[in-house]
Design a protein around this ligand. Structure first.
Ligand code: IPM
Ligand code: SF4
Length: 464
């Protein structure tokens, strides 16, 4: 029978289907960060269990880490305890750990792919919703809760109901100045934040195929923001080229064997999806959000639309959201003054994002009214930024690079946007208070973020 890419990977990992329909799924790769794992390790200790396959789990602190002076003890006691607990647990249970200042440390969703730990055809889990990022490699990757983290540590398996499948096809070519982030924000605004609930999405079509691995990761990263369990893209030569030679990737004969298998990981031509959605890349322009969920977005040249639903509750929450953001229906966003710009996160903290940002700020100066946080997703990204001389371009334009971590994506560390201030952020969530109590977040891609950082107001990068 014809099968989808998702079915092929899922079926290859199904150990058992239990009554009620849940699958016992074998997990190839398990990533751990400091926020969602302490109770899972406590659970193992309580039950006197070891980690079943320690070599399959990789730990890296990222959320609670400061992005300056990581060689010094973390000043904030809560963050310090959180990070130290992960280090202790990794040590006690014999797990690979990339601790602070380790050359392989960084945001878990950035370091997995760049070290060849994320591979096509893998099942990948992490106690983190943006685990969907790894789907860019043709992996079935999804976020899990802390009790499931414990289950995976103890058994290398997880119980999961099988999601439905959806294919989102983006035909044609992206226009100049339009990035993978714009594509993702466009799709979410069309689908709404609940539009893919219960589905595992496969992205397809010319515009998706033409994305680099970095762009594919950005797209898959945001799958969760439309409610999807995960998102994935069939692996191809772009994927194999990216993986080849990375530290944990297969080598020699094992590589050839792996690639031969990976080439089979595509949806059969006549495979049926539970839902199919098609978009045209030519309809996408640089995007920004105006509200407090990632679906409340628009093209940068547009005006804030009126609520298009017909229910009272929806209208109320739409208005509440605009009140929080201090925006009005019908207003243009271009020209709105910006206080903070954040380049980074597991959405846009890879080297390609820094190249994009640098391409706009080159030969220009940072606006005086803007505080800019430029945070590479990992030490390896930072190294590459320097190797390519992008650090000079950024420094000449008045920007400073920080050390890797989740940073201002989520107010769990020192990088908090003050109440009332407006941030243009390349991250993935614009919820109330996400970047700090009272902070107002406008989501955008790296080009729009760079244009805002230079002009001090929301600006269409194509006009610079
Ligand atoms: C802290 C973690 C559980 C959370 C997530 O699951 O996504 C965080 O990474 C986020 O982006 O909100
Ligand atoms: S960078 Fe942001 S979205 Fe990604 S894992 Fe960290 S907090 Fe979550």
């Amino acid at each position: 029978m014809a099968r989808t890419l998702f079915d092929k990977v899922w079926d290859a990992h199904a150990v058992n289907v239990i009554e009620g329909g849940s699958t016992q799924l074998y997990i190839d790769r398990h990533y751990c960060h400091e926020v969602t794992t302490p109770q899972a390790f406590d659970g193992l200790r309580r039950r006197g269990l070891k980690v079943f396959r320690p070599e399959r789990t990789i730990c890296s602190p990222d959320h609670n880490v400061p992005t300056m002076h990581q060689d010094q003890p973390i000043a904030d006691p809560v963050s310090r305890k959180q990070v130290e607990t992960l280090l202790r647990n990794a040590d006690e249970f014999g797990l690979t750990l990339f601790g602070l200042c380790h050359p392989k440390n960084g945001i878990i969703h950035v370091i997995g792919p760049e070290n060849g730990l994320t591979l096509p055809g893998y099942t990948i889990v992490c106690g983190d919703s943006h685990t969907s990022t790894h789907g860019a490699f043709g992996a079935v990757a999804f976020g899990i809760g802390t009790s499931e983290v414990e289950m995976v540590l103890a058994s290398q398996c997880i119980l999961q109901p099988k999601p439905k499948t959806m294919r989102i096809t983006v035909n044609g070519k992206l226009r100049d100045g339009v990035t993978a982030k714009d594509m993702a924000l466009y799709i979410i605004s069309k689908m709404t934040t609940g539009g893919a609930t219960g589905y595992f999405v496969e992205y397809a079509g010319e515009a998706v195929r033409n994305l680099s691995m970095e762009g594919r990761m950005t797209l898959c990263n945001l799958s969760i923001e439309m409610g999807a369990r995960g998102g994935m893209i069939a692996p191809d030569d772009t994927t194999f080229e990216y993986i080849k030679g990375r530290e944990y990737a297969p080598k020699g004969e094992a590589w050839d064997k792996a690639v031969a298998y990976w080439r089979t990981l595509r949806s059969d031509d006549d495979a049926a999806f539970d839902n199919e959605v098609v978009f045209d890349a030519a309809d996408i322009e640089p995007r920004i959000t105006f509200g407090t969920n990632p679906g409340m977005g628009m093209g940068i040249s547009e005006t804030i639309p009126a609520y298009d639903g017909d229910d009272e509750a929806g209208l109320l929450s739409y208005n509440k959201s605009l009140d929080y953001m201090e925006f009005k229906v019908g207003q243009k966003m271009e020209g709105v003054p910006v206080d903070y710009v954040f380049l980074g996160s597991c959405t846009n903290g890879r080297v390609e994002d820094f190249r994009a940002f640098a391409s706009i700020v080159k030969g220009r100066r940072k606006a005086d009214n803007v505080t800019a946080w430029l945070v590479p997703g990992s030490w390896s990204v930072l190294k590459q930024i320097k190797a390519e001389g992008l650090d000079r371009v950024l420094a000449d334009a008045g920007f400073e690079l920080r050390e890797p971590g989740c940073s201002a994506c989520l107010a769990m560390n020192d990088d908090k946007v003050p109440a009332g201030k407006l941030a243009v952020s390349t991250s993935n969530r614009n919820f109330e208070g996400r970047q700090g109590p009272g902070a107002r977040t406008v989501l955008a891609g790296p080009l729009v973020a760079a244009a805002a950082a230079i002009t001090g107001v929301i600006t269409d990068p194509r006009k610079l």
